[in-house]
Write a protein that binds this ligand. Sequence first.
Ligand code: SF4
Length: 320
Amino acid sequence: MEISKNMIGSEVTTWYKKNGRKDLPWRIKTTPYRVWISEMMLQQTQVNTAKDYFLNFIEQYPDLESIKNASEEEILILWKGLGYYRRAKFIYQAKEKIFKDYNGLFPDEFEDIISLPGIGKSTAGAILSIAYGKPFPILDANVKRVVGRLYNQESYQEKKFWELSKKILDKSNPFLFQQGIMDIGATICHIHNPQCDECPLGRWCLSKKNGSFYTYKKKKTPKKKVFLNYEIYKRDGCIYMIKNMDLGFWNELWMPPYKIVENNNREIKHGLSHRELHLEFLVTSGTPKGGKWINKNEFNNLPTPKPISDKLEQYAKSFL
Ligand code: SF4
């Protein structure tokens, strides 16, 4: 059947009303601020993990006014364990800009929203569609897959996919449509084994017709191994910590002093987007410099990468 965008729009909307994940915490009440925070979290994090972090974040900072005076470090602490800490820094920078340039009101024009740090075209489209009901396309990983398969595209081409996302968008109901198309991607059009028989787009879908289900996943590049030896200086229930400024990742997060080495007796292996970290912890003595002593009861008050803070908690329980 020829793809008719009007029919797709109403089909997606009807499907969403009946089957959509309307109980996701950021959907229970949609404000630009809440959609923004959730979209920032969802950029690199699975929905199930993001839920608790979102609720925790919103409990602390329910709206723009409440986050107005938050420091970057306070926001980073709430991000602990979520990874990709740049997103927390972007939230800090964006809220600063919102209060400086937009009077503390979340902007509602595409050009203004996309000028905020950390917000790309798809996040801007989601905020505009869901929070403001303005018809702007989105192209997150799920939507990319649905759109590509609907038109049986063999490979991902950014310009083309944006056109397709725009083409099928139900302009009369972007709020329901965009959430619906995201949910179809997340719950039906799986990367492997798509459930085409349950899909409201099945009768138009060219991939279903051809039996060819492309994934549009980026080729993985091998991760660079980094061997880090942490030096644990302890004194009176405290551990010495520094603010990392030069590793090239985990920037401005707190951790014990470290050395990059050729190899080590790895105690913890931790993956980042482009690196595989091998971490070893060595209790040592001497006079460290450039940081401060942190009491074991205050570890939680510092933004520290999760594998490091887990290790410090162990130390706190065992020998501090
Ligand atoms: S019919 Fe199948 S391949 Fe096409 S969008 Fe739906 S789930 Fe994906």
